[in-house]
Design a protein around this ligand. Sequence first.
Ligand code: SF4
Ligand code: SF4
Length: 323
Amino acid sequence: MRDTWPLLRDSDFPPIRRDRLDTLQLNLGYLCNLSCIHCHVNAGPRRTELMDRATMQLALDVAARYGIGTLDVTGGSPEMNPDFRWLVTHARAAGMKVMDRLNPTIMEEPGYEWVGEFLAEHGVETVASLPCYSQANVDEQRGQGVFEASVKALQSLNALGYGQPGSGLVLNLVYNPNGAFLPPAQEQLQADYRRLLGDNFGIVFNQLFALANMPIQRYGSWLMSKGKFVDYMATLKGAHRPENLRGVMCRSLLSVDYQGYVYDCDFNQMLHLPVALEPDLEDDARPHLRDLLQRDFPRRIRTAEHCYGCTAGQGSSCGGALA
Ligand code: SF4
Ligand code: SF4
């Protein structure tokens, strides 16, 4: 795989700082039943890196120390971590909101029949990836049969109450482009998803998040191999909107890798760009959750060219468009 970091490192991205800490995003590991081309964590069925229970406990301790209200769990497929249920149960018992970045096809895999009911029972907010409402596009991006499995899983979540008015069970969907272009307007796309998924499959959901693809890892490598990297970066930079700087997710979130090391966001984590703790850790140190138990959370945010993926056009964050 080609490394895009040398092309991203030197950047004129404007300086930004973290002003509060609302969310801890935990990457529970890179194990996944799929290997999507746009995946920015290179997840797949053969990855063995998984967060252990001691690290999860540290994360809960950090959350308690700073009064962090939201635990956002991601992967890979986070449910494939053997301690996923332990973590969710303890976070909910501590009064935290838990968001699960769900690859819905996991619910159709043998051994994971428990996922939907467990999430519903614990009131977990689901953020389910469905990169298009078209079977052809989804299967091209994620693999044969992924669309059908996703539809079945979303129907099961609906049957449990997810996405249904008044249920309190939130089902949001995530779209990302199937090529080297920015997402279309989120509101219009959401209306199209609602109509087509509703008419064709009876699926209901709360919101659609339209996310831009980041020029890093597998997707960045794909851009390079197709000779599209420079043009894609020009698209991102040309569409930069300074007003989006206010809402980029790193300003209120910290991301944690499976070993407990801390980053400004999931993308910096994948670029091995650790958070900069002030004042006395060097830039090349790797701050850990343990460090957050002893000092204030980091304010400075380490940025590079990929950050334009968050500020281009309508903007892109873990909660969808910013504009
Ligand atoms: S489902 Fe998500 S985590 Fe798994 S390979 Fe696809 S993009 Fe990556
Ligand atoms: S890529 Fe990460 S650090 Fe850069 S703006 Fe986006 S969230 Fe912030």
